[in-house]
Design a protein around this ligand. Structure first.
Ligand SMILES: *Cc1c(COP(=O)(O)O)cnc(C)c1O
Length: 397
């Protein structure tokens, strides 16, 4: 029997749940893009994007998903013969590195596997070995959405500074902005990437690069940049049209305005705190389930993201669980991504819970309850007391 016919919960790590406020803000006819409300509103969006990234730096807006942002970040700093250094903690680090390779950069990987955060000392060693300063940028993914690992980017910056190497520090915060604490300026990030469809609760389709003065100076030293990805006119548009290198993403801007209002009304610190408590409820439940069954949280304690959790069940158990929660419980869980080892035939052993953006206690406790029902229905062994433990954390006990 299916119990899925009510309000569904898309609990995948992006696109995330869109608030009614965002959807309503977008439901309107097209505005004039040359003057008036949309032009004035864009200025307020740029100011508030600085606030959510904790930076005084400039921000460029692209009609793009995250993959486009990766390319934009690279297109502005790479010249022929340059190298990039990529500390990898999951599939998304590999993805960014692969793009750099296809754009002609020499890619130097420091692979930390799937269950370990970046060790800044090892990254610093790789930089020190680069005596010719061919490495133009270090590409660090803050939260790798495939593994659920959260990296300490402030510590990475300190380690880079100690080497005296001039490489830029770029940080992919596509999964984490608006969920996990991010302090672009305090952490010394040169280029920060985030997209609309995760913590920012807006449909996929626009993305952002926040750019330090140091990074802008690197861009100014490049002879050829891509006309579309060039951040210079977007950071300092002479006319509104230059903001977007063409027609503005009008409806995304209305949606984003509403989302930013919600975030700033709640307060950024409160938003981060809410994500932390909800994440802790998920981990606590997982620990109880795993006490008498195969379930484990992929990321070790201390380096877990507050936005996404990757869980291992093994075999095809995660696939069977996801099918049950989706078709019988109204909760769509995320697939495992990039977790198979060489030689593995299937990916059916991992699943992910997206708990980013517009999520609250009833959604997370509900999802956890449906997962427990699913494990029972699918005859997946699990320990008891998980839901009580999650409820206790939400109660602040
Ligand atoms: C989602 C995500 C991406 C890719 O974004 P798309 O919009 O799917 O292209 C890149 N990096 C991280 C960390 C992500 O979570």
């Amino acid at each position: 029997m299916s119990l899925s016919h009510g309000r569904p919960y898309l609990a995948i790590p992006g696109p995330s749940v869109m608030p009614e406020e965002v959807l309503r803000a977008m439901h309107r006819s097209a505005p004039n893009i040359y003057e008036g409300q949309i032009v004035d509103m864009t200025a307020t969006i740029v100011a508030d994007l600085r606030r959510v990234a904790r930076t005084k730096g400039d921000v460029a807006i692209y009609i793009s998903n995250g993959h486009g942002l990766w390319e934009a970040s690279l297109a502005n700093v790479l010249a022929p013969g340059d190298a990039v250094l990529v500390p990898v903690t999951g599939r998304f680090g590999h993805g960014w590195a692969a793009q750099a390779g296809r754009m002609g950069a020499e890619v130097r990987l420091v692979d930390f596997g799937k269950q370990q955060a970046i060790d800044p000392a090892r990254v610093a060693e790789a930089l020190k070995a680069d005596t010719e300063h061919r490495i133009k940028a270090v590409l660090a993914v803050h939260v790798d959405t495939s593994t659920g690992i959260r990296n300490d980017v402030a510590a990475l910056r300190r380690a880079l500074d100690e080497t005296g190497h001039p490489a830029l520090l770029m940080m992919d915060a596509i999964a984490s902005l608006g969920c996990d604490r991010i302090e672009m300026d305090a952490w010394g990030v040169d280029v920060l990437l985030a997209a609309s469809q995760k913590g920012l609760m807006t449909p996929p389709g626009i993305g952002f690069l926040w750019v330090s003065e140091k990074a802008q100076a690197v861009r100014d030293g490049i002879e050829v940049t891509s006309p579309y990805w060039d951040w210079a006119p977007r950071l300092h548009p002479e006319g509104y049209y230059q903001h977007f290198c063409g027609t503005a993403p009008t409806h995304h801007l209305y949606g984003l305005r509403a989302a930013l209002d919600m975030i700033l009304t709640e307060g950024l610190e409160n938003v981060w705190n809410r994500h932390e408590v909800l994440a802790r409820a998920i981990w606590a439940a997982a620990q109880r389930w795993g006490a008498d069954g195969p379930l484990t949280v992929n990321a070790p304690e201390g380096v877990r993201s507050h936005a996404v959790t990757a869980l291992r069940l093994g075999g095809d158990m995660a696939d069977r669980l996801r099918t049950w929660t989706d078709t019988c419980g109204g909760v769509t869980l995320g697939i495992g991504l990039g977790m198979a080892e060489p030689g593995d035939v299937d990916f059916g052993g991992f699943f992910r819970i997206g708990h980013m953006g517009h999520v609250n206690a009833h959604m997370v406790l509900g999802a956890l309850s449906v997962i427990e029902a699913g494990m029972t229905a699918c005859e997946i062994p699990h320990g008891d007391g998980a839901l009580a433990e999650a409820a206790r954390i939400c109660a602040g006990a």
